[in-house]
Design a protein around this ligand. Structure first.
Ligand SMILES: O=C(O)CCC(=O)C(=O)O
Length: 261
């Protein structure tokens, strides 16, 4: 299937594509100069090794696919450390595209900076929705490519049209991987992105990514939003809920070591 593309705005056809397929790609939403700024700030953040401990709830590691060595992979959140990327997360080019999808303003809900270094394992098959009382069903994720996303470095892959079936896991507040069998017969679409391209997919769109088998990083902003009418601005509340959930699922014996900085 052809990947939907568009320069800079979300017209009626692209909106229809998003509703029908559960995702859309906007080519070149951000310029090369914009991407240079995001890239420089991402590089600066990589110097914050003081934050990169397993007990910091802001940080996630992934094993190297061959050696098992733990590699730093994600800041979640990051815009509080990254004023340039915060500006792009609230850029009208992006917010206008989201307003076209929602029919109203979007509010930033969650923000991750995923580096996916060479060798990093992939992301298992899942939907982003999680059945927490406050989790918005209008949640969607915007991927802003800093580096190219391709099949060698483990681009995100989405399963089109499956979002219409809603949430496919038990609604008990836990995070679930999806079994491949649930999606039998549905071909994934790789989100092949150039720097500055943007992909948008909803919280019921199953997605995954393969390991990064290249020698290149795959840096991208993963910015998630909700429709303003579904809870308004709730990013701070979301991170309180997220941290409570992380603490809860951590082994009690070492739970007290967890911190956020
Ligand atoms: O890294 C990717 O391609 C996907 C990441 C993802 O799905 C997530 O962080 O929830």
């Amino acid at each position: 299937m052809a990947t939907a593309t568009l320069n800079a705005t979300l017209d009626g056809a692209r909106h229809a594509h998003y509703q029908r397929e559960g995702y859309v790609v906007l080519r070149g939403l951000f310029t090369a100069a914009d991407v240079d700024e995001m890239s420089a700030e991402s590089d600066r953040l990589l110097e914050r090794v003081d934050l990169m401990t397993p007990d910091n709830m802001r940080i996630r590691f992934k094993p190297h696919v061959d050696t098992g060595q733990q590699l730093f992979e994600v800041f979640d959140p990051f815009v509080d450390l990254a004023p340039v990327c915060l500006r792009y997360a609230l850029d009208r080019r992006l917010l206008d595209a989201l307003a076209n999808i929602y029919g109203e303003e979007a509010c930033l809900f969650k923000d991750k900076l995923i580096y996916k270094p060479p060798g990093s394992a992939g992301a298992h098959l899942h939907q982003d929705y999680i059945a927490w009382p406050r989790f918005p069903k209008s949640f969607l994720t915007v991927v802003v490519a800093i580096d190219p996303f391709d099949s060698d470095n483990g681009c995100t892959e989405v399963f089109p049209r499956v979002h219409r079936h809603g949430y496919l896991s038990p609604a008990d507040g836990k995070h679930y991987q999806l079994d491949d069998a649930v999606l039998a017969g549905v071909e994934p679409t790789p989100l092949l992105l150039a720097p500055g391209d943007v992909a948008i997919f909803g919280c019921f769109t199953p997605h995954r990514s393969a390991a990064n088998r290249s020698a290149r990083w795959r840096r991208g902003l993963f910015l998630s939003y909700n429709a303003a009418s579904e809870g308004g601005r709730q990013r701070d509340q979301h991170y309180q809920d997220f941290h409570a959930w992380l603490r809860d699922k951590h082994p009690p014996a070492t739970r007290d070591r967890l911190y956020f900085r």
